[in-house]
Design a protein around this ligand. Structure first.
Ligand code: OGA
Ligand code: NI
Length: 390
């Protein structure tokens, strides 16, 4: 019988209040309207709209210029592990070696490519097509889903977090929850007409694949096979579709700032245009190639927390380019929003002490998503808070 951790209420309350008030107090900031000029208001419609209304744009508007130390486009490609996960269905020797390969990739990279995952290329292509069609709708149709609430079940936006004043990023995005479907399926877009059915099929399949990999990761950590899935409870799946149009002066900006994902694992596919970069253990940025038909799988903060720091969430960002539109579809998998997250007790016993949390997962997401300073700041705050308690 697996027992996922539960925490005494008084401890949680103390932790919570201090953590929430210490970290990122700008969450309560009101949207600033005073000194926002007209161009910024138009930018809220998205960068796709911007490039379409200004076809001769050959200079990056200054709002998008980011304080980058180096040209983000002149980095090397990383050789991340490529794992054939059909081995998880094989005889015990093959299964064990696949589990071993996943464990090493989690430990050494925090990101890997999976092949032979069983999701047909036709479904992945259909998904990419309906996402492309969604972004192709006019801005009015998309703005129906605009919201400054980071927890909104369906949300269209641009840059990182448009309710806060910060330099802009060259991307439009669209997010919504997936599993458990009964909660939000009815809210997903009805236009394009086949969007919701294709997305549902895709997200159901990705969820099942994620559970299979969680079994392998549980075993690789020396936990019972069903441990992580049990900790997820009902779980939550979040789809983020990103649209990065061609950019004048792509070396001066980013599509997406450095961040780590808040969930346990994210599965990413793209339209054949690279742009993802990771910050490796040596603190250097590397570009990551996506093999068509495969998924890039990366570790998010929840898996770092659950593994008590054995696996680290990978910091990543997206670059843009001058020639081609890039579309990526990232699907994150985490525990149910109301659950309190913290390290797995067998791994705490091994390490001596819990390095993170506990915190309600929903609160963690709010803090992480509302920050204009991304990187791994939310996770580091959680860790620092914990070390004060020990
Ligand atoms: C994300 C993300 C990267 C990409 O949506 O969280 O990291 O390559 N996307 O678009
Ligand atoms: Ni991400």
């Amino acid at each position: 019988m697996i027992k996922c951790n539960s925490y005494p209420f008084t401890y949680l309350n103390f932790f919570h209040n201090t953590f929430l008030s210490l970290s990122l107090s700008n969450m309560s900031e009101k949207e600033e309207t005073k000194d926002v000029d007209v161009s910024t208001i138009n930018l809220k419609k998205g960068v796709k709209n911007l490039v379409e209304t200004m076809p001769k744009l050959n200079k990056l508007p200054s709002d998008f210029i980011l304080p980058l130390e180096r040209n983000p486009l002149s980095v090397n490609y990383a050789q991340i592990p490529i794992i054939d996960i059909s081995g998880l269905n094989g005889a015990s020797e093959t299964r064990d070696s696949t589990i071993g390969a996943i464990a090493s990739a989690c430990r050494d990279w925090g990101i890997f490519t999976i092949t032979n995952h069983g999701i047909e290329e036709a479904l992945i292509e259909d998904m990419m097509e309906v996402v492309k069609e969604f972004f192709g709708l006019n801005w009015r149709a998309k703005m129906k889903y605009a919201s400054d609430d980071v927890m909104s079940p369906v949300r269209y936006g641009t840059s990182l977090n448009t309710s806060k004043k910060h330099n802009l990023h060259w991307r439009d995005f669209f997010r919504h929850y997936g599993h458990p479907f009964q909660d939000t399926f009815h809210l997903w877009p009805h236009n394009p007409p086949n969007y919701s059915n294709v997305a549902r099929e895709y997200l159901e399949r990705v969820w099942k694949m994620a559970m299979k990999i969680f079994e392998a990761i549980s075993e690789g950590l020396g936990l019972e096979k069903g441990y992580i899935e049990e900790c997820l409870g009902e779980g939550v799946q979040i789809l983020a579709a990103n649209y990065y149009p061609p950019c004048p002066e792509p070396h001066k900006t980013l599509g997406l700032a450095a961040h780590s994902d808040h969930g346990a694992l994210t599965f990413l596919t793209q339209n054949g245009v690279d742009g993802l970069q990771i910050k490796h253990i040596d603190q250097t940025w590397y570009a990551v190639h996506h093999v068509p038909g495969s998924f890039l799988v990366n570790i998010g903060d929840y898996l770092e927390i659950l593994s008590n720091g054995r696996y680290k969430s990978v910091e990543h960002r997206a670059t843009v380019n001058a020639q081609r539109t890039r579309i990526s579809i990232a699907v994150g998998h985490g525990p149910q929003l109301s659950s309190f997250i913290g390290p797995a007790s067998p791994l705490v016993a091994d390490n001596g002490s819990a390095q993170y949390g506990p915190i309600k997962y929903e609160d963690y997401i709010k803090i992480q998503q509302s920050s204009t300073v991304r990187g791994k700041t939310a996770l580091l705050a959680l860790k620092a808070q914990q070390s004060e308690l020990i």
